[in-house]
Design a protein around this ligand. Structure first.
Ligand SMILES: COc1ccc(C(=O)/C=[SH]/C[C@H](NC(=O)CC[C@H](N)C(=O)O)C(=O)NCC(=O)O)cc1OC
Length: 261
């Protein structure tokens, strides 16, 4: 094996982080990406490599060593391909970047809990919680980068970490009619600049909305819903050939046929 290999799910936000970083560095073709079908049990060869853990992405170095956790793999790739630099080199700026990145897990969890919520009576609580998460980002950016749009001069480390989550939260706009209010202008400017960056165009809004339908019905990571034969994460039929799913997640459960599966 002459190059690193990433085992990934094409639409997983954590896997997309690696593609964005490599794209920024012009090294996307130096790393082999092997697609794993999240709707199927992990293949034995992979479980042997990971000693049983199933979360993706997984990176196998050129000499066969295994790494997991997207933020760790990002740092490995940053060190393996040091130019152009993506993470800040100045110690204080790197610390500020790290403070912002420390907010990604709670931000992610709120968004996924919101889209996976099945209790219409809790919609407003989820919405309020998601708005608080965006307000935290807005406050941080107003303190450290009031003019923007990025945290520093260009799309960098924090943007690489957050942009896949901003893209997944297209499912909140579609299934929960979630919109950022005008008073959160700073984080909205950051989000919009991230969404349009050329290094981050691995997935589209239509793809996310169609593939994540089952998450909106409470089934994550390729799990199968009652009465369904296929997950919305299935690779076939390819998502461009499928119709847009119904938006009414609380009142209707689409069949495989309605989803074009
Ligand atoms: C907070 O809830 C969620 C947040 C994100 C995702 C997601 O996009 C999974 S993407 C695919 C998912 N990968 C991960 O969760 C990796 C997270 C890890 N911390 C990283 O940063 O690499 C996976 O492989 N799951 C299958 C398994 O673990 O066997 C799903 C959520 O709930 C189902």
């Amino acid at each position: 094996m002459s190059e690193p290999t990433v085992y990934h799910i094409p639409v997983c936000p954590f896997c997309q982080r690696l593609e964005i970083l490599l794209s920024l560095k012009g090294q996307r073709n130096q790393v082999r990406f092997r697609v794993i079908d999240v709707t199927q049990a992990r293949p034995e060869f992979l479980l042997e490599k990971t000693r049983g853990s199933t979360a993706l992405p997984i990176l196998e170095t050129a000499d066969g060593r295994i790494l997991k956790e997207s933020l760790v793999i990002l740092q490995y790739l940053e060190d393996l391909y040091p130019e152009p630099v993506v993470a800040q080199r100045d110690p204080y700026r790197r610390a500020v970047e790290s403070l912002l990145v420390r907010m990604e897990a709670e931000f992610c969890n709120h968004g996924y809990a919101f889209v996976m919520n099945q209790d219409a009576g809790r919609r407003d609580a989820h919405r309020a919680g998601m708005l608080r998460q965006y307000a935290r980002l807005d406050e941080f950016l107003m303190e450290h980068a009031p003019s923007g749009p990025f945290l520093f001069e260009a799309f960098g480390w924090a943007e690489t970490v957050f942009t896949p989550l901003f893209m997944r939260f297209w499912f909140l706009e579609y299934y929960e009619d979630f919109q950022l209010p005008a008073e959160l202008a700073r984080v909205r400017a950051w989000r919009d600049a991230c969404l349009s960056h050329p290094a981050a165009q691995q997935v589209s809004r239509e793809q996310i909305v169609k593939l994540y339908y089952d998450y909106a019905k409470g089934a994550g990571n390729g799990a199968l819903l009652p009465g369904r034969r296929q997950s919305s994460f299935s690779f076939k039929p390819d998502w461009p050939e499928r119709p847009w799913p119904p938006r009414d997640k609380y009142g209707h459960s689409a069949t495989d046929e309605e989803l074009g599966l």
